[in-house]
Design a protein. Structure first.
Length: 134
């Protein structure tokens, strides 16, 4: 995790062009993202998948232009199902949503729509050509 986390934090500090308040929010959010990923590892989530989540979360945090974007970047996935379709959210990482569904399904029976979504995400993540697959 340090191999991903530390360079990202150093890049964040080196590219300091935000207000001090936004920079500190981004720094705090980076630590929160790391903590969430550590918990995923403790839950037994595949380390390669956790690394990808951390990389993408840190990139979202670094690109954030406002405090609310930082908040959205560290928020747990909240997939929305409306009228038979799943809504996309640029701040919701598909890898993290998959982890959320897998953790939830270990202790709960999922609705058919959720099972279908989980399988779709799994196929997309673990299919050929994906860095997790290799």
């Amino acid at each position: 995790m340090d191999a991903i986390f530390l360079p990202a934090v150093f890049r964040l500090a080196a590219a300091f062009k935000d207000t001090e308040k936004l920079f500190l929010k981004k720094l705090t959010a980076s630590w929160i993202a790391r903590g969430v990923c550590e918990r995923y590892l403790q839950e037994g989530v595949l380390e390669d998948l956790v690394r990808i989540i951390l990389e993408k979360k840190l990139a979202l945090i670094a690109k954030a232009k406002a405090a609310d974007e930082v908040e959205r970047a560290i928020r747990q996935p909240r997939p929305r199902y409306r009228f038979g379709t799943w809504e996309d959210d640029p701040f919701c990482l598909p890898e993290e949503e998959l982890v959320m569904w897998l953790i939830a399904s270990a202790n709960n029976k999922l609705r058919p729509e959720a099972v279908e979504r989980c399988m779709e995400l799994f196929d997309n993540m673990m299919g050929g050509g994906n860095p997790i697959h290799s």
